[in-house]
Design a protein around this ligand. Structure first.
Ligand code: NAD
Length: 417
């Protein structure tokens, strides 16, 4: 299928997403418990990503002439060949985002996709497959495979030419090991323990509101949720007070209610992880400021929770929480903040809040992380590469690199007779 038709199919997919927006948002909320406004936000946020890929694909995929010597009648060119059949094993927490980051540029680059949505977002995966097929992507070019870990493992035993995975570090290691034996391209977008550092010169309440949103949006179940907060000691007390005030204002409840900000936890076992982190932190001397418990109602619910007097002996500050729980640690200066931010096996995103750009740049240039933020957090842009360091993964999606990554450069040495 020529690029023009591939582009038309993805443009058709975009139109269908817009036309079914409300139904798709409702399905997503019903199956993963995402508050309905946040499901709508996800679908709205999908559109600029599709637009970016639609606008950029032709330029990235165009064959390039990199050398020509008329005297020798020699030309050198690079073409961008599809990899072949791509296994796309996906997570449930942002199925439209993490899915489309892979399958859209994959299809535009001329590949076929075996798409395995998470077993917790099966209906969303099904909607995506139907909309793709209705938009003109052939049924044998975009094939959805439903099921859990066993279905994912079975995909890796097929003759695939690339494996693009989004999920946890624990599963990522299994995928990497299985794919490594096959000698095919592997990308792993994994978890995070993303830090934010708040300098003493910020407007405290504005910074607290922004960072609390970064920590608790999607009920804390984002790969780039803020998971650790370091605050300069001179404003620590004021920041903590403003932050807790913000968190106490969050509406917890029915995810289908427009006013709900915090919904249920999608996977039941995560409740145990959260409870253990809170218990461990308290045992080691942390102060619980709000929340800290499972909420007793049908489903999986955890109170929005804030702790301070935390340190890096605590699992709360080392292991991914992936829920509405956060620790706030005091630091004495920028050097200690950098040390703390880098003291993690993960490296997905990191942020600094200060009005001073030079200071922010100095700090962020020393932080080991795929993305860095100044006065913002929990943010993804289609124009920028999305990647991680250490246990946060290998490879990247988004940006023009995120189109190129689904291709193999072929070297053409052309000599006229
Ligand atoms: P998960 O690792 O439990 O599952 C991810 C996918 O892998 C699912 O489709 C699952 O069925 C499949 N799977 C499980 N075992 C498998 C196996 N042995 N072989 C093949 N496939 C297998 O993760 P999850 O709970 O769906 O997602 C949450 C995690 O994903 C968090 O750690 C989060 O930080 C991370 N995440 C990262 C990004 C990113 O861009 N870096 C984005 C979203 C989520």
């Amino acid at each position: 299928m020529p690029l023009k038709r591939r582009l038309a199919a993805i443009a058709g997919f975009r139109e269908r997403v817009v036309a079914s927006h409300d139904q798709l948002a409702r399905t997503l909320t019903l199956e993963v418990g995402k508050p309905i406004r946040q499901s709508r936000n996800e679908l709205n946020g999908l559109l600029p990503r599709l637009d970016f890929f639609l606008a950029g694909a032709a330029r990235v995929l165009r064959e390039e002439k990199v050398f020509a010597d008329v005297k020798q009648s020699l030309e050198e060119r690079i073409s961008h060949e599809p990899l072949g059949v791509i296994a796309n094993i996906s997570a449930w927490n942002y199925p439209y985002f993490v899915g489309s980051n892979v399958f859209v540029p994959t299809l535009l680059a001329g590949n076929a996709v075996l798409y395995k949505p998470s077993e917790f977002a099966t209906l969303t995966g099904r909607h995506i497959a139907e909309l793709m097929h209705e938009s003109g992507v052939p049924e044998d070019i975009f094939v959805a495979v439903y099921g859990g870990g066993a279905a994912g493992a079975a995909l890796l035993r097929q003759a695939v030419d690339g494996v693009f995975f989004t999920g946890s570090y624990a599963t990522g290691t299994k995928i990497g090991a299985a794919a490594g034996r096959r000698m095919v391209k592997v990308q792993l977008e994994l978890g995070g323990k993303d830090p934010v550092y708040v300098c003493e010169d910020v407007a405290v309440s504005t910074a607290a509101a922004s960072i609390a949103d970064g920590a608790f949006y999607n009920t804390g179940q984002s790969c780039c949720s803020v998971e650790r907060i370091y605050v300069h000691e001179s404003i620590h007390a004021a920041f903590v007070e403003a932050f807790v005030g913000e968190v106490k204002g969050y509406r917890v409840g029915d995810p289908l209610d427009d006013q709900t900000y915090i919904g249920p936890i999608t996977r039941r076992p995560q409740l145990d992880v959260l409870q253990k982190q809170v218990t461990d932190a308290k045992r080691r001397g942390a102060t619980l400021l709000t929340g800290g418990h499972v909420i007793k109602r049908a489903g999986n619910w955890f109170e929005p929770t804030v702790l301070t007097d935390v340190d890096h002996r605590m699992s709360l500050m080392r292991e991914e929480s992936f829920g509405p729980v956060i620790g706030i640690q005091k630091v004495k200066d920028d050097s200690e903040a950098v040390l703390m931010m880098n003291d993690s096996e993960y490296g997905l995103t990191a942020g600094v809040y200060t009005p001073d750009e030079t200071r922010a740049r100095r700090i962020l240039s020393r932080v080991r992380s795929g993305s860095v933020y100044w006065n913002c957090c929990d943010r993804v842009s289609p124009r920028l590469p999305w990647s991680g360091v250490g246990h946060s993964g290998i490879g990247l999606t988004l940006s023009t690199y995120g189109i190129q990554t689904f291709t193999r450069p072929k070297a053409w040495h052309l000599r006229g007779a």
